[in-house]
Write a protein that binds this ligand. Sequence first.
Ligand SMILES: NC(=O)c1ccc[n+]([C@@H]2O[C@H](COP(=O)([O-])OP(=O)(O)OC[C@H]3O[C@@H](n4cnc5c(N)ncnc54)[C@H](OP(=O)(O)O)[C@@H]3O)[C@@H](O)[C@H]2O)c1
Length: 308
Amino acid sequence: MPVIGLGTFGSDKYTAEEIAAAVYGAVKYGYRLIDCAEVYGNEAEIGGALGRLFDEGVVRRDELFITSKVWNDHHREVGAACRRSLDALGLSYLDLYFIHWPYPNYHAPGCSGDARNPDSVPFSVEEFMDTYRQCEELYREGLIRAIGVSNMTVSKLKKTLPKMEIMPSALEAELHPAHQQPELLSFALENEIRPIGFCPLGSPSRPERDRADGDIAAMEMPEIRRIAEAHGVHPAAVCLKWAVQSGAAPIPFSVKEAQYKSNLDCVCGDPLSADEMETIRRADKNCRLVKGQVFLWEGASDWRELWT
Ligand SMILES: NC(=O)c1ccc[n+]([C@@H]2O[C@H](COP(=O)([O-])OP(=O)(O)OC[C@H]3O[C@@H](n4cnc5c(N)ncnc54)[C@H](OP(=O)(O)O)[C@@H]3O)[C@@H](O)[C@H]2O)c1
């Protein structure tokens, strides 16, 4: 798996066409990992960009690493969801297919942060494993080359890993200098599950529903700014170097050519020193940005219950 990829969630701010154009430009520049999901609503447009890249001979399919994810309301029909993503992307297989959230709790795209679905339920090992078994089936059919889990915790992994027949190859989790999740990162690495870091720059363009008082912006942390100055780079570069040197593959999003180019360039040299890595380690704020409160069930106290 590549050490860095391009995110494709437009945060309700960028159109599917802009994102597909970024995928085209980014692959031409050298990106090989593209992180997709059905719920991002742009897989058909990204499929168009991939088709052009193949037709023009820029890359072959086997040189790319394409992920997608099953959304919460399709946990009982994972095969159909995966085939829809494959059709939209114009591919015959996915390199990695994630269970996007370990809950079958649906909320309408773009709903407000206070929205709740009365059908939402707490985490259930049985429900999760039923979804996971369907992914194992897709793996056996050859439609996906690896299974991924996302938005999991160490506790949920400990309960479910022993029940799996095919181990997950990757874990997608929020990872940036203000939310380092050291236990989860170590657990994944010890179990040979590759961490993929989402919101690696602290998601400065995230939708309103994912903003809360007290959120800390990774790129504005004084430690990150000081290290960026010392290296003569943007704070974004420090966040991405930190992720790669911590063992994770960050998937920064950008539709802006200068940004996505520098995001790739910055992980190819001038690493952070051990002292700088230690400074960042000590600066962790345990500040989760994607809290997931819209997935809460009746009777749950607050969003922290999703992360037990
Ligand atoms: N598995 C999950 O549940 C999950 C959850 C969230 C995200 N994800 C994945 O992770 C990807 C990344 O997360 P994200 O998009 O929320 O956050 P992010 O990558 O941390 O932040 C993206 C924003 O950072 C800014 N940016 C990018 N490169 C920059 C640079 N070089 N210098 C300065 N600013 C820069 C851009 O802001 P401007 O728009 O202002 O240019 C961009 O919109 C998503 O696209 C998605 O693929 C997965």
